[in-house]
Design a protein. Structure first.
Length: 427
């Protein structure tokens, strides 16, 4: 808890202080009656046992692998089904489409099923989809399997992000960063597995993912449910408050879409930009790998910072750092290092923003699903849309275009910081 610029070990002082108390911008004495109520209240239940939390991290390695398998598998898919490059790319498109549908669908039914059932169903869908993609005899069936696997991917992405955002109390932001860092580990392991097996044996790689997903169904026993709120407890908001909630949610949607657009834009266009300014093909590919690696490293490095600083402070620094690094990428000699810096700064944004969203809009149950779905749409739409801009202005404009998106993201972050004020918008 930060008070007048000082860090106060809040756990030692008030063991059952809620996460909302940590966001107060001013420190004031707590009445004795309120303190006694807090002391008497039981701590918020943990939603994961330690084995279940570890299995969740394995699940994020898994979905990172699955998403990263489609690209390296393209040569094998073309040979197996006689596809054009564009046709082979439909596998990843259907996977992402299923992901968006899965996020929204599981969010719609989450109130009626347990957390354990949500995750078990998601793992089962991913297992069925990846097994079907590995065994499909024709391309339409493979695309159907990719969509089915995408549904499970979306359920896992939504379910674990949403539950980790509230399931570990004051450590939720740290745990979310650890969880999402494992996605990056999977994104590195997937292509490595295809390279080891060979592109023509992509089915084995998808089969391994299917088996792992099926095994994870057995690890959902340690996932618990939070107490359900009393019916009608939130009441109806006055119109001005509903309007503020809508604007804050829109601000988070903009923040997530733009950050994922920058993330995908750098990953997609960094190699071409580096080659254009004089670097070799091999060096450009290696530098892009370093960018993705820094995203994984950055999520681990930010963990101790999340225990000292509020998410909005971390995100503001990250947005400013991203923008500065992208402007530095305009200098050819500094470009590879600048892109690595972008990876480091952008790494905490997705996982760190979710606890901020949950705290700012505690009663908006669908808010998390909307921003996760929006981030997926941004990741799919950004590279081709940036391509249109690059066609009109040239490859040298890549850092300018990405820096402009990052600057708008910085403006959205600053606006959200002011709009949420003391840390929450009543819902």
């Amino acid at each position: 808890m930060r008070c007048a610029g000082r860090f106060v070990p809040w756990k030692a002082a008030v063991p059952h202080l809620s996460p909302t108390h940590l966001t107060e911008s001013r420190c004031s004495p707590m009445p004795e009656a309120a303190l006694s109520r807090d002391a008497a209240a039981p701590p918020a239940p943990r939603l994961f046992t330690r084995p279940a939390a570890a299995a969740s991290c394995v699940a994020f390695v898994l979905i990172g692998m699955v998403q990263a398998l489609y690209g390296p598998a393209v040569p094998g898919l073309r040979d197996t089904y006689g596809l054009s490059p564009a046709g082979a790319g439909l596998g990843l498109s259907l996977h992402f489409t299923g992901g968006v549908v899965g996020v929204l669908a599981f969010n719609a039914i989450h109130a009626r099923i347990s957390n354990r059932a949500l995750l078990a169903a998601s793992y089962t869908l991913l297992a069925a989809g990846t097994a079907g993609f590995a065994l499909a005899r024709d391309w339409p069936l493979a695309l159907l399997a990719a969509f089915l696997g995408g549904l499970g991917f979306g359920g896992i992405d939504y379910g674990l992000n949403q539950l980790f955002a509230v399931g570990f109390g004051a450590r939720s932001t740290a745990m979310l960063n650890i969880l999402n860092a494992h996605f990056g580990i999977g994104a590195v392991l997937g292509p490595a597995l295809v390279a080891w097996l060979g592109p023509d044996d992509y089915a084995t790689a998808f089969g391994v993912c299917a088996v792992l997903s099926a095994v994870l169904v057995l690890a959902t026993g340690g996932v618990r449910d939070a107490p359900r709120p009393e019916p009608g407890a939130t009441g109806r908001l006055p119109s001005p408050q509903r309007g503020l909630v809508s604007r804050v949610l829109a601000g988070f949607l903009v923040l997530y879409i733009l950050n994922v657009a920058v993330e995908a834009g750098v990953g997609g266009w960094e190699p071409t930009h580096l080659e254009t300014v004089g670097y070799g093909v091999t060096f450009a590919a290696s530098a892009t790998s370093v960018y993705w690696l820094m995203m994984t490293v950055g999520r681990f490095l930010v963990v101790p910072l999340t225990l000292r600083y509020a998410p909005e402070i971390i995100l503001t620094v990250c947005a400013a750092g991203m923008t500065g690094c992208l402007l530095l990428a305009l200098v050819p000699g500094a470009a590879p290092y600048a892109y690595a810096g972008v990876g480091l700064f952008i790494a905490p944004v997705f996982p760190t923003g979710l606890p901020w969203l949950s705290r700012a809009l505690p009663g908006a149950e669908r808010a998390g699903a909307w921003v996760i779905a929006a981030s997926m749409v941004g990741g799919v739409a950004a590279p081709p849309l940036l391509g249109v801009g690059i066609e009109g202005s040239g490859i040298h404009a890549v850092p300018w275009l990405l820096a402009a998106l990052s600057a708008v993201s910085l403006a959205a972050t600053v606006w959200l910081k002011r709009a949420t004020g003391s840390g929450r918008v009543p819902v």
